[in-house]
Design a protein around this ligand. Sequence first.
Ligand code: ADP
Ligand code: TRP
Length: 321
Amino acid sequence: MRILSGIQPSGALHLGNYFGMMKPSIELQHKGEAFYFIADYHSMTTLRDPAERRQNTLDVALDFLACGLDTQKTVFFRQSDVPEVTELTWLLGSVTPMGLLERCTSYKDKVSKGISPDFGLFAYPVLMAADILIYDSNLVPVGQDQKQHLEVTRDIAIKFNEIYGETFVIPEPQIREDVAKVPGTDGDKMSKSYNNTIEIFGDEKVLRKKVMSIKMDSRTPQEPKPDAGQNLAVQLMKLVAPPESASDYESRLRAGGLGYGDLKKALFDAYWSYFSAARAKRAELAANLDFVNQVLADGAAKARAKAKEVLARAKKASGLT
Ligand code: ADP
Ligand code: TRP
């Protein structure tokens, strides 16, 4: 079974990325042949600073490796090291109905946030379909917000197969309901574009401040809080603290007597220790960039071999060769 996922180098990775996509991907890597990549072509639709793209790409590589990607087993690479994917994008784009792309909420959201609606942004889901189909992927672990893109991918694959004969494997998304939508410090979905993130890695002081800024209501510490389960800090605590400890804080909050400040301090400590091994690993990797570059180069070679095979199949089916 091929498991595949990608993440854009569009900013520092946060707890939403970690629990929604990275952790599930890392847990799946021994269940089949995993291909994970850094979607640098996709980042061109929103990020225009070359130096920033280079830096972010390296950061995502370090973050992912530090969080437990198994370099012996998993194929880890940069999207643009497999240029065949752009050629397949054209073949797929030529069978993609406009209406399918016009319905994409991610595109509409980005435009409503002020991103200019250029061709790349509109065609984003077609490139994503090519990413998935070019490796004969069976399973794609992603967060909830990518579900529609997976449906588009399946529709495009089915359409191509109908027109040109069985060519592509139809992939399935894997969305973990428990972490489908990690909340940010303001209660909305945690996202780089909402300025409400808690990063996986970074400066301790800055991150402590972000945790302490999590939005709370104005009830006094003494007041019992029957809605403790919906409290933002409790929800995040459930992700990073041992289960008994998280439910202990939840019951103390429910009963009354626990102040929000103390709750957030406990959350910060739990979060900081949750990533402590990964933090050490990241520092080690950052001091050994030759190793990181070698992992990406080896990954690209393996991914490219598979991509060439599937692209050749699609070209033959469609009469290009
Ligand atoms: P962002 O919204 O911060 O720009 P991306 O769109 O780059 O994040 O998402 C990368 C991956 O992380 C996707 O698989 C996405 O579904 C997942 N993801 C992002 N934010 C969250 C979140 N708050 N909860 C769960 N998964 C998330
Ligand atoms: N669109 C995805 C995101 O923003 C990133 C991505 C690009 C991806 N290509 C992919 C995810 C292929 C899964 C499979 O998160």
